[in-house]
Design a binder for this molecule. Structure first.
Ligand code: SF4
Ligand code: SF4
Length: 450
């Protein structure tokens, strides 16, 4: 079986088996067994929901370390626009980018600049009229993976365009090879990320063969170092490093992508539970006349990612102020790039495939029998989805029983019923004891009493 690499891991000693996380996982990837949570790697989409809900901090995100940049001759940081929303008192993006460069990179390129290009490419592709409507944004890897698992009928609706992070990495490498004569393999490009799903997506990319991003570093891991540098930089030492407008920065917020598309009927949905509801409605034919759906797993958009530090509601306010500052900045505060990108650079070159984790067996007739068994077991369960068995729902427990990873007695209601039945049988058996044994019992008791 193919090894699946993830960016979410369990710290087993911290897990108290409370079951809080199992019900919030959108793909039912978690079970609690023997008092500890277990993640099914085949089903996890790295959405980070379990990291947020665990009060014991037993779930952690895995990202790359800043140390990794030492393995390359020339390194470039690609900050996500949500980075700007972490600094309450800094409005000047050039100051933040100068500080990012000073923590060890040779250069910086904003992902928001690539986002502006993705908007233009999306507008062009939609206007060609060949896409299945509504088109679903491909920006959030957790949502795309969710579609491949729970809503495969919507795979054809996914916008076949790579993410701004990926496009930024491709552009930077092409630019440095062409304009600075650098060797492709000497260039290391690192995304400064608000979420762990991006890291998983660089390891197992969707829609492309190989990611151009060499590492994904969490915003929370480098925030203090950037802040420290930013507070020490003199005004005259601030470099002109920004190239993006406030429209590109807006991608950090829900609605940021769709608002600049120029599409009349676009909807924006954030938060995994809301995304699931909209996708269910779409699958059931309850959504009409919508041309574009922007769907992001985190509340508020990428500013609500699990690797950010600022509360997403405050972050939105900070970002709005930064956007106003950027919009009012003089032209000489911007760096100019000839964004040399072809259609072959930004379009998917590989189909997105369905992940069939629901299959109970490779043999269809066996799978159907197992499905019948699963339904029979489910009918016996109390159907209250209490979670005390360690599975998120009664249906999930029934499936686990059929797959051989749980027992029906894991359900406390079934166990109680079995104990009751056993006690009743024992009473009945006692009354049915042969007279000879009853006599012996009587004699033994009399003997003991003497
Ligand atoms: S929320 Fe999940 S990972 Fe955290 S302590 Fe409870 S069972 Fe363990
Ligand atoms: S990261 Fe998301 S999909 Fe993966 S186990 Fe946690 S809640 Fe489930």
């Amino acid at each position: 079986m193919k090894k699946i690499l993830h960016s979410i891991k369990l710290i087993e000693e911290s897990c108290i088996g409370c079951t809080d996380c199992i019900k919030r996982c959108p793909t039912e990837a978690i079970r609690v067994r023997n008092g500890k949570a277990k993640i099914n790697d085949e089903v996890c989409i790295d959405c980070g929901m379990c990291v947020r809900v665990c009060r014991s901090h037993a779930k952690k995100t895995v990202t790359d370390s800043l140390e990794m940049i030492k393995g390359f001759k020339f390194t470039v940081a690609l900050p996500a626009p949500s980075l700007y929303a972490q600094f309450k008192k800094i409005r000047d993006v050039n100051l933040i980018l100068t500080a990012v460069k000073k923590i060890g990179f040779d250069d910086v390129f904003e992902v928001s600049k690539a986002a502006e290009f993705v908007t233009a490419a999306t507008r062009k592709i939609i206007s060609e009229g060949n896409l299945k409507k509504p088109v679903i944004s491909s920006a959030c890897p957790a949502v795309i993976k969710l579609i491949t698992m729970r809503f495969p009928s919507l795979i054809d609706n996914i916008l076949p365009v790579i993410s701004p992070m990926e496009l930024a990495a491709i552009f930077v490498k092409k630019y440095l090879v062409k304009n600075k004569g650098l060797k492709y393999s000497d260039i290391g490009v690192f995304f400064i990320s608000p979420c762990a799903a991006k890291r998983t997506n660089t390891i197992n990319p969707l829609g492309i063969q190989k990611s151009a991003v060499d590492g994904v570093i969490g915003i929370s891991d480098v925030y203090m170092a950037i802040l420290d540098k930013a507070t020490k930089i003199k005004q005259e030492d601030v470099e002109i490093l920004t190239s993006s407008t406030s429209r590109g920065i807006n991608w950090a917020l829900i609605g940021g992508e769709s608002s600049t598309l120029g599409v009349d009927n676009a909807i924006s949905v954030d938060g995994m539970e809301n995304v699931i509801e909209i996708l269910e409605n779409l699958e059931n034919g309850q959504i009409h006349d919508v041309e574009f759906i922007e769907a992001l797993a985190c509340i508020g958009g990428c500013v609500g990612g699990p690797l950010t530090l600022e509360n997403s509601f405050f972050a939105k306010n900070i970002l709005k102020k930064t956007q106003r500052y950027t919009a009012m900045s003089e032209a000489d505060r911007f760096r100019k790039f000839d964004f040399d990108i072809d259609e072959s650079d930004y379009k998917f070159c590989k189909p997105i495939e369905e992940v069939n984790f629901l299959e109970l067996d490779d043999d269809l007739s066996v799978a159907l029998k197992k499905l019948q068994m699963m339904n029979d077991i489910y009918q016996k369960l109390p159907m209250i989805d209490c979670g005390s068995c360690g599975a998120p729902t009664c249906r999930a427990l029934a499936e686990d029983v059929v797959r051989g990873s749980a027992n029906i007695e894991d359900c406390i209601f079934m166990l109680r019923q079995q104990v009751k039945n056993l006690a009743k049988s024992m009473v009945e058996l006692t009354s049915k004891m042969p007279q000879t044994i009853k006599g012996e019992e009587h004699n033994a008791n009399s003997f003991e009493g003497e």
